[in-house]
Design a protein around this ligand. Sequence first.
Ligand SMILES: [Zn+2]
Length: 312
Amino acid sequence: MYIGVDLGGTGIKAGLVDEKGNILHKDSCPTRAMEDYKVIVADMADLIKKVLNDTDTNTSEIKTIGIGCPGSIDDKNGVVIYANNLNLHDAPLAEELKKYYDVPVYVSNDANCAALGEFFALDDENITDIVAITLGTGVGSGIIINKKIFTGTNGIGGELGHTVIKANGEKCTCGRNGCWEAYASATALIREAEKAAKENPDSYLAKLVAENGGKANGRIPFAATEKGDEAGKKVIDKYILDVAEGIVNIINTFQPHAIVIGGGVSNAGDALLKPIEEYSKEHCYGGIFQTKISIAKLGNDAGIIGAAFLGK
Ligand SMILES: [Zn+2]
């Protein structure tokens, strides 16, 4: 059995995971985000102890512990180089947690852990290479090559959200202009939906936005499109095209067996998936389209399961 920990800016989640990737039990506690890493690891160790106690599991039954953490991680040494919303700088999380548990401890970026979780969830021995993306507040990404997380030479590679799809385009949170994230994130979809609602005050889209207190969300433009609303459809068509351009870039770069799409926007299901597939088929290089594109299966549990399997 394995322990997977998902360390976030507001909460720590820990789960006991079996060989097949099922979470047998999980629990959580708040993250004391502004404290020293030693305090955070002590809280983490307590949480793991609680999970083990609640399931009558002995430490000797645990093969490995994995931690997923936002930010830049030195996977090889289990050190968080920098995690902005956690106040962590060169924090040796693996070494510190080993003081509590005599078990191999691994640390990786949370998006990479989620990708690894989704990789195992595909449960297909013919699949070795996948790319997982998350369409949420930003665009997260994790690349699995030959069943292993690809991080570049320094641990911070694989940031597909910050590759530019439009020079001098929309401002991105990273400081660049025109990043894929600035067009394909839920934040971008919401921005465009609110803009379109303002420009088309008589549209069904505008009505839904008004009913939601003047704010759009990731669902509203899809809902308006379903009702045949032109303004909504325009927003969705443009958004899906921008997502699809990035997907085709991924196919042309990696020719992976699979691309898995997660995050809040992925709840749109086939309304998102089908046009992306169609566009990819039509536009991928050489007309060779062999990548299976699907919606992520694990939701919020992907991080725990992927972290648990970091040492697998
Ligand atoms: Zn960017």
